[in-house]
Design a binder for this molecule. Sequence first.
Ligand code: GRF
Length: 191
Amino acid sequence: MKKHIAVFVSGSGSNFQSIIDGVNNKEINAEIMLCVASKAGTLGEQRAIDNGIATTVMDKSLGLENEFGRVAEMLTRLNVDYIILAGFLTILPFSFVRKFKNKIINIHPSLIPKFSGDGFYGMRVHEAVITAGETESGCTVHFVDEGIDTGDIIDKAIVAVLPSDTPETLQQRVLKEEHRLLPKVVKMLCD
Ligand code: GRF
């Protein structure tokens, strides 16, 4: 039986694309029931539209609790087994996290617990890794709990930091690994 999954996006959705590809080539035994976009007009939302995936755009003017309540109802109606945060930048309300305990996963572009938590997102992560003189970075997929990047770790991938790296070149190599790691974990969960 195919699992029902939902993917939450905020930006370009390249990680979302890696899941779409995994589902389309039957690597991942799931159906993408819904894409939740934190704002309108992102490439992530466009990828859902292009692939005929039902999409809802969040309206934060209604209040986060209300809006996540609306999304939670949709997810429940669609019998969603797993929620994948693929570059979703809005912090989830506790009520939402508790409702879907052990069903929400996130990908973070560092080796958690390093360079994770409040304020570590996007390019800031890679800038901090280089400033700290790290020789290794990578990405981590973890369950989402009430903290920021604190839930149980499912899998990690390591990427070497090269002496010539800028935050941008490091981000590109980490992102490439994310596109391998995230569908691998989603496949594992759905199997
Ligand atoms: C990724 O680096 C992800 O780890 C982070 O946000 C970025 C999203 O990229 N949480 P994309 O939208 O999947 O292209």
